[in-house]
Structures are given as structure tokens and as C-alpha cells.
Design a protein around this ligand. Structure first.
Ligand code: KG4
Ligand code: ZN
Length: 345
């Protein structure tokens, strides 16, 4: 196994990705095809479009990663693929590609958990082991906290009861006339505003019993503010640039305050001393900076995946090595489990 490499495939949402990873976890090559341009006019990921785009791109992406690595199918020891959670059509394309190549090249297949993989990505270039830790996934599809005692451990601690944080960023960005995906654009606009000028609600933040999030009411509060009336359906006013930036900054700060408060509460409740964060929103610079300050104040080690490994990628498929080393391969009967974000049982 030692000189062999793993091909990892990722297609859980709207990124088609493949990576070649050696048995020490070194990423030899990776290729990611984003679909932002396809979903932009809908201001959100359209599952059917995502699945079709995966279908067109999956083999070229795998081919490109293989070529970059200088490896051939004969060098592979297994094919890993994220099978849950995610969009059903997107997951099916990745799994079908993995199965077809496993059959054609006579390789074993390993299904992986996309949430565990996001957390594992934090350890890929970390200087020390990341487990045990509180794992925190903050993306367009997820906002959840897990107790992770090992790479395959994922005890659900809490999560969003409505929108994911990234989804709230994307929706508020639309209200402010910003392009999709909204997170990066909104955060750029927020940098020109005053986060203290408008105080938006911070749902559930004061509930010490719950490790949950809720961003839907916050979104509505932004809508009321933009409308300048108590009716969210009222015609939007034309905002001046200062107010627009202040709304962006006030919203961003409200989300960040909720994320940080519950992450710190999860650390206290579990008595763990390390926080590992992944998902697209972890690329937000204010969030990174303020979370680092909060962790330092609590004496907690913070590990955030590097930006290219925060968003969906296949390098995090290195998690599959943990299963391969334990001889845990899957059969070709492996299926997708789109909705599974909490451990069973
Ligand atoms: O993890 P990801 O690539 O895809 C999944 O949702 O699985 O995350 C994408 C999400 C989008 O909602 C995007 O707006 C958000 O991450 N995002 C950000 C930033 N960069 C990406 N949100 C806030 N600030 C950012 N800088
Ligand atoms: Zn993801």
C-alpha cells in the first residue's frame, strides 16, 4: 500500500473535484471545477443543474488530476467518494463515476462522510494531530457542531434549525444587489461599513442550553430594514452606499457573534481544547480573526483549514486513508445518503 495512491472524488454540492493523495496524506494533485456561473442567475444552487454539470465534468476533472499527479490507474490502491450528506443528484454522479472506475480498473471503493472530511481537511497541513476536537462546519449547506474524538467520530452537538450561515449570506447578498455566491461579495461590502451602526438580532445566542443556530429571522430583520417598513413585502428603498455597507456589516457581525458564541459554548460543554473549522464561510476574514481572538481568550487551539480546503474540494478525501488503513472498504452496493447530517442511533 505504501507506494500506492488514492483517488478521491467530491461532488456533494456544486463543486466537481478530484485529488490524488498518497498514504502519508500528501496531496499530489487536485482539480476543482466550480459551477458558480451556472447558478448565479438563480442566486442559489439549483440541484438539477448541479447534477448535470457534475455529469459533464466529472471524468475530465479526474483525468486532469491524474495527469497532474503523473500517476496512472495502475498506481491507485482505491477510489474514495463522498456519499453523504449532500444533494441527491450530485452525490449520485460522484458515486456512479467512482463505481464505474472501480469496476473498469479493478480497484476497491471507499465511501466517506463529507462532514468528517471537512473536519479532516483542517489536519492536512496542521503541525500536530487535530483529534479530539470540536468540529465546526459552516458552509452554504451546513452549520453544525460535532464532538470528534477521532477522524470517524461525529457526535452531533447542535446545528442550524433553519438556514445555514452561508445560505443566509447568499440570501442577504441578493437583497443588497450583490452577485452569487454572496458571502465573499457581502463581506467585501461589510468592510466599508460600521458593524455597530445597525444592531440586528442574534437568535438563540443567549440560550446556554442549546448549541443551535437560527438565521431565518435575522434574514427577515435585514429585509425589514432594507424595506424601511414593518412589511417585508414593501418596495425596497434605494439605499445610499453608507447604509448599504452598514447593513452588510451589521448582518455579518450578527452571524459571526452567533457562530462564535455557540462554538465557545460547545468547547465548554465538551471540555475539549481544540476547535477545527471548515466550510465556505470559514473563508470569511472577520470570522477567522474574531474566532481566533475568542479561542485565544479561552485558551483553546483553533485550526481552520486553508481557504482552498475550506470550500468543497477532494483533498479532504484523504480521510479515506483512515478507512483503508483499517481495511474498511465498501462494496459496489454502496449508496448515497443525502440527508444524513447527524450520526445514526
Ligand atoms: O463549503 P462551500 O463551498 O459549499 C457548501 O455549501 O457546501 O460553501 C459555500 C458557501 C456559500 O454560501 C458562500 O457564500 C459562503 O460559503 N462563503 C462565504 C465566504 N466565502 C464563501 N461566506 C461569508 N464570507 C466569505 N468570505
Ligand atoms: Zn461542504
Amino acid at each position: 500500500m505504501d507506494n500506492k495512491v488514492l483517488l478521491a472524488i467530491e461532488s456533494t454540492c456544486d463543486e466537481t473535484a478530484a485529488a490524488l493523495i498518497d498514504s502519508s496524506g500528501n496531496v499530489l494533485a487536485e482539480c476543482v471545477a466550480t459551477q458558480e456561473a451556472f447558478h448565479e442567475k438563480f442566486a442559489g444552487v439549483v440541484p438539477e443543474i448541479a447534477a448535470r454539470a457534475h455529469l459533464e465534468r466529472i471524468l475530465p476533472v479526474i483525468d486532469s488530476a491524474l495527469k497532474q499527479s503523473g500517476k496512472s490507474p495502475a498506481d491507485l490502491c482505491a477510489i474514495a467518494v463522498a456519499t453523504y450528506p449532500g444533494l441527491p443528484g450530485s452525490l449520485i454522479v460522484g458515486l456512479a463515476a467512482a463505481k464505474a472506475l472501480a469496476l473498469a480498473w479493478n480497484k476497491p471503493i471507499v465511501g466517506i462522510n463529507h462532514i468528517q472530511a471537512h473536519i479532516y481537511a483542517c489536519g492536512l497541513d496542521a503541525s500536530e494531530p487535530i483529534y479530539p476536537c470540536v468540529g465546526f462546519i459552516v458552509s452554504g449547506g451546513h452549520t453544525s457542531l460535532y464532538r470528534c474524538d477521532d477522524p470517524m467520530g461525529w457526535d452531533y452537538l447542535g446545528g442550524t434549525i433553519d438556514d445555514a450561515a452561508g445560505e443566509a449570506f447568499d440570501k442577504v447578498a441578493v437583497m443588497l444587489g450583490l452577485p452569487f455566491p454572496g458571502g465573499p461579495a457581502l463581506s467585501k461590502l461589510a468592510a466599508q461599513g460600521d458593524p455597530r451602526s445597525i444592531r440586528f438580532p442574534r437568535p438563540l445566542i443567549d440560550d446556554p442550553k442549546r448549541l443551535d443556530f437560527s438565521f431565518s429571522g435575522l434574514k427577515t430583520a435585514v429585509r425589514y430594514r432594507i424595506a424601511g417598513s414593518s412589511s417585508p413585502t414593501a418596495e425596497h428603498r434605494t439605499l445610499d452606499e453608507i447604509e448599504r455597507a452598514d447593513i452588510a456589516a451589521g448582518f455579518e457581525q450578527a452571524v459571526i457573534d452567533c457562530l462564535i458564541a455557540k462554538a465557545i459554548l460547545a468547547l465548554k460543554k465538551t471540555n475539549l481544547k481544540r476547535l477545527c473549522v471548515g466550510g465556505g464561510v470559514a473563508a470569511n476574514s472577520q470570522f477567522r480573526m474574531q474566532l481566533a481572538q475568542a479561542c485565544q481568550a479561552q485558551g483553546v487551539t483553533l485550526v481552520i483549514a486553508k481557504p482552498q480546503w475550506c470550500t468543497d474540494n477532494a483533498a479532504m478525501g484523504a480521510l479515506a486513508w483512515e478507512k483503508i488503513h483499517r481495511g474498511q472498504f465498501d462494496s459496489l452496493h454502496l449508496d448515497v445518503q443525502p440527508g444524513l447530517v447527524r450520526p445514526k442511533g
